[in-house]
Write a protein that binds this ligand. Structure first.
Ligand SMILES: [Zn+2]
Ligand SMILES: [Zn+2]
Length: 93
C-alpha cells in the first residue's frame, strides 16, 4: 500500500486532521504591489482541515485566520503568530 507522503494535519494544532470545513471566505485579493490598487490577483483558498476538537471550537469561540506571506499561506487561529512571524489575519466574509 502507498501512503501519502504527508498525513494531513489540523491547521491549528498539528494533530491528524479529520474534519474538512469551509474557510470563512474562499478568495483573497493578493496584490503584487500594495500601493497599486489597479493590480490585484484573486487567490482561491483551500479547505481548512481540522481535528475534531478544533472543528467543535470553530462553531463557538474560534476564528480561522490566514497568513498570506509566501513563506506561509497557511490557516491558523486568527491573531496568533504564524511561522513567518506575522499574525494570522481574520478572514472576513
Ligand atoms: Zn486541532
Ligand atoms: Zn506567516
Amino acid at each position: 500500500m502507498t501512503q501519502p507522503p504527508e498525513s494531513p494535519c489540523c491547521a491549528l494544532c498539528g494533530q491528524p486532521g479529520t474534519v474538512t470545513v469551509d474557510p470563512p471566505r474562499r478568495t483573497i485579493a493578493r496584490g503584487a504591489d500594495p500601493s497599486d490598487s489597479s493590480f490585484s490577483v484573486i487567490a482561491v483558498l483551500p479547505d481548512v482541515l481540522l481535528c475534531e476538537e478544533h472543528a467543535e471550537d470553530l462553531t463557538s469561540r474560534l476564528t480561522i485566520g490566514w497568513c498570506d506571506d509566501e513563506r506561509c499561506r497557511l490557516y491558523g487561529e486568527s491573531g496568533e503568530a504564524s511561522p513567518c512571524g506575522e499574525p494570522f489575519r481574520k478572514l472576513k466574509r
